[in-house]
Each structure stands twice: as C-alpha cells, then as structure tokens.
Design a binder for this molecule. Structure first.
Ligand code: BG6
Length: 479
C-alpha cells in the first residue's frame, strides 16, 4: 500500500461513462440515431459493419439493440448521481450525445429538448458538488452523417462538428469547465466504425481513408479548442487517447523496433498532433511507405499548431505485447488491440491482459514526452458479477484490479508525473462498447439488466462501492 505516497490535494476522483452506453431514451426528446443505435449487441458487433448488405438500419428481426434502453440514465439520472455523490465523486465524466443536440448532424439550430436534458444533468451534479467532465464526441457519430457523408471521411463533417461544439460550449459555459474532444481518437487504427463513423471496404486503400479522416478530426479538434478558448477562457480542454504501452515480446531488436513503431503510430501519433501541433516525422515516413497522400487545405497546419490541447485524457485497460512476425494463433483472443500473449500477465474473461505496472509505465512515457497534465479518464475491469442470495455482490476481483491501478498511479506521481485525476470506467454498469453486452460489467453500482433484455433496471451497491468511497474519502491513502 502507499503509506508515504500522496495524491495531490484536489485530485479529481470520479467515474466515467458515455451517453450511448448509459442513457437509453434513444428516440426520445427528438434525438436522432447515432452509430451505437444501429450496432447490435453481441460479440460480433464491431464486425457486423463489414457484412455485405449492412446498411446502418435497425433490424429487430435479426438483432437486439441494447443501447436503445441502455441503463435508462435518461430517466434515472437523479438516482444515479445521488449514488455517485454518496461515493464522494469530485467529478463525473460523461459525453453529450451529438444527436440529442443535432439529430441529423446537419441542422442549423440545436434541438432545445436535448440541450435542456444536459442542463438538468449538470444542475443535478452541481447540486451534489460534482464537476462534470464532458467528452464532446464519444463514439456517437450521427447515422445520417455516416450514410450521407461517410462520417469523418468527409471534410464537410468538420463544419457540422464545429457547429455542434460551439452550441454546447455556449450553452454550458457556466456549467462545464473540463472538456475533451474525441474519445479514444486513435482507436480508429483498429475499429474506425466507432470513432470515425465508417469502415473501409475490401480492396479499398485502408490507410488513405483512415489518415485523411484523422486529418479532418484534428482540424475539428483544433476548431473546438479555439471555440473553447473564446467562449470559456477558464476551461481546460484535452484530447483523449486509448493508451496501451507496447512491449516487445523478447529482446530481439527486430521485435523491439516493431513494438516501438506500433507504439508511435498507435499511442503517440494522435497525441503528437494534439499536443505538439505537428505531424511527426515518423508518420510522414509511414505515409510515404504506405502511399498515403493527405489532402490539406490552406490554414490547416497553422490551425493545428495554434490550438493544441491543455491536457491528455486517456483510457488505460491493458498493455500490448508485440512481435514482428506473429502467427494468427498467437494473437490473444478477444483483445481488440491484437497483441500476442504476454507470459507474465493474466487476462480478464474478455482477453484483456491485466497490467497495473503498465499504467505506471504509460504515465511516465506520456508525461516525460509531453510535459502536460495527464488525466486517467478510463480504467476498470469488465467482469461477470454474481448477485448472492442475500443480494450482495462481492466483487473482490474488481477491488483488486482497481487497487493495484491506484497504487500504480501513486507510484507514477512519486516518479514526478503531473496527474489531474482518475475516473474509473463504467462507475455504474452499462452497455459494453466492443461487445454490446450488459454482462461485461464495470460498475461500483450493479444494474439489474441482462443480455436477453430482461431485468428491472434496479440499482444495487457492490462491495467495490464501499471500497471506492473509502479511497476517495482518504484521497487515495486507504486502499
Ligand atoms: C473504451 C471506450 O474503449 O473502453 C468505452 O472509450 C468502452 O466506450 C471501454 O466502454 C471499455 O470497453 P468495452 O468494450 O469493455 O465496453
């Protein structure tokens, strides 16, 4: 335990969610459909988009759509926020659903009902002394923009996004001081459908499409930073990346180099552009070698250079282990990032390798590369939970996971890392992103809802609820 190590005063303890994974009410309040609304539940959900005939339509005969109801935060937010307050949350990370504000993405005026909903949520949070941390875009591309424009493939989406960002920055300027632009922007390297709202077709020049879309998002992110500086000068606005340190499988320099290149293109590429405001030279080489030619407009490069982010928010679930020539059977099952098995680590039931030291490693790597404040905005263990006959849920495995990661953060702070806060993922059970399951639970709060659609939505405190309350009350001393 961390007897003599301390978290700074004012450390932002809390929990994290995304609109599409908690709200439900998918067609209420004039909300339009977003990408999560048309992706079915189940382990194949990220692959379904590549099936012939998939057309971003809802098909109830074939599929279930857990995001439509999710955990009904749309109607139950007061009860949930009261529970967060009981744990002592200082902050609550959430996203605004783009399609509550601009149902098709293309409207000229925002939808008042959608805006009013988030006013109610922010007011409720403030009533309990909790600051919202808002992700502007968390895997919630309006389906209309996917169908009509191919999501971030199209430069036109920049203007739609800017209108949306300005609308919410203006509306909530007195209520929200912590912002982030794109959730896990770099995840598009592995599953573009979520963060970019499109998928490449067979035979298409994959990297060309992906990096052009990244460029559009970088411009859009800088426009949001610019708008934030104008509208809420005292706010802090960050980027958000999926951070997973990449280890070499062994000391073979070829494998070490391969791991380094993956780490550069996966972890650092987006952060380099967001924080340093420049395309790094290693990426230019990658573009040359993969025949990627970015179409840039006048002023793009200057804009990206001028409007860089204040901090790096990132998710951390696992490390990745890589080797140069890996055989398909060596790739660890279930892991969305496609590494090989690390012989020193145990994996979760979903194949995500548990590695608290990896968090300390990535905190050090990011901090000493960028020298900007860091914010762990996601971390947690997706697991099957069991409700005992007496109603208790004894999730000691989750407490162990979280404890070891909080200890890793304390070590990193001792190493000199400037860390703003920690919001563990899925502080209340929600719909999983990659598999659309209820059964992959992350919460301190159990939600009675199941993959077959049954359940009362009743909330129950797990053992970890009481543990986290203690952690926050002691500012990370009492683990
Ligand atoms: C991150 C996302 O990838 O990890 C979240 O930002 C997601 O939206 C979380 O829920 C955990 O992934 P999963 O697939 O277990 O829900």
């Amino acid at each position: 335990s961390v007897s003599n190590k301390r978290f700074p005063e004012g450390f932002l303890w809390g929990g994290a969610t995304a609109a599409n994974q908690i709200e439900g009410g998918f067609d209420e309040g004039n909300k339009g459909l977003n990408i999560a609304d048309v992706l079915p539940g189940g382990k194949g959900r990220l692959k379904v988009v590549n099936e012939p005939g998939f057309n971003y339509e809802i098909d109830h005969e074939k599929h279930r759509y857990p995001n439509h109801e999710a955990i009904d935060f749309y109607h139950r937010y007061k009860e949930d926020i009261a529970l967060f307050a009981e744990m002592g949350f200082k902050v609550f990370r959430m996203s605004i659903a783009w399609t509550r504000i601009f149902p098709n993405g293309t409207e000229l005026e925002p939808n008042e009902e959608g805006l009013a909903f988030y006013d109610r949520v922010f007011d409720e949070l403030h009533k309990h002394g909790i600051e919202p941390v808002v992700t502007i875009s968390h895997y919630e591309m309006p389906v209309n923009l996917t169908k009509e424009y191919g999501g971030w493939r199209s430069r036109d989406v920049i203007a739609f996004f800017e209108r949306y960002a300005r609308a919410i920055l203006n509306r909530y300027k007195d209520k929200v001081k912590y912002w982030m632009t794109f959730n896990e922007i770099n995840s598009a390297m592995h599953f573009p459908i979520m963060s970019m709202g499109f998928t490449t077709k067979e035979g298409e020049h994959h990297y060309q499409a992906i990096f052009q879309a990244f460029h559009h998002q970088f411009v859009a992110s800088s426009l949001a930073v610019k708008a934030c500086r104008e509208i809420i000068p005292d706010a802090e606005i960050g980027c958000m990346i999926l951070a997973a340190p990449v280890y070499s499988y062994d000391s073979n320099p070829e494998n070490v180099m391969h791991a380094l290149q993956k780490e550069q293109m996966f972890n650092y590429f987006c952060a380099d552009v967001h924080v340093r405001g420049e395309y790094p030279a290693y990426a230019q080489r990658f573009f040359k070698e993969h025949d990627v030619k970015l179409e840039l407009h006048d002023g793009d490069i200057e804009l990206i250079k001028e409007f860089t982010v204040d901090y790096i928010g990132f998710s951390y679930y696992m490390s990745i282990t890589e080797k140069k020539d890996k055989k398909p059977e060596e790739i660890i099952a279930g892991n969305v990032l496609e590494g090989v098995k690390n012989p020193f680590l145990q994996a979760s039931d979903w194949g995500w390798e548990i590695d608290p030291t990896g968090l300390r490693i990535i905190l050090n790597k990011l901090y000493y590369r960028y020298q900007v404040p860091l914010f762990v905005v996601e971390n947690g263990l997706g697991a099957n939970d069991k409700v005992e006959e007496d109603g208790s849920i004894n999730d000691d495995y989750r407490i162990d996971y979280l404890r070891s990661h909080v200890e890793a953060m304390a070590e990193a702070i001792e190493d000199g890392v400037d860390l703003m806060g920690y919001t563990s993922w899925g502080c209340i059970d929600l719909v999983s992103m990659s598999t659309g399951e209820y059964s992959k639970r992350y919460g301190f709060i159990y939600v009675d809802k199941h993959d077959d659609g049954s359940g009362t939505l009743e909330r129950k405190k797990k053992k970890s609820f009481h543990w986290y309350k203690k952690v926050i009350a002691s500012n990370g001393e009492n683990l």
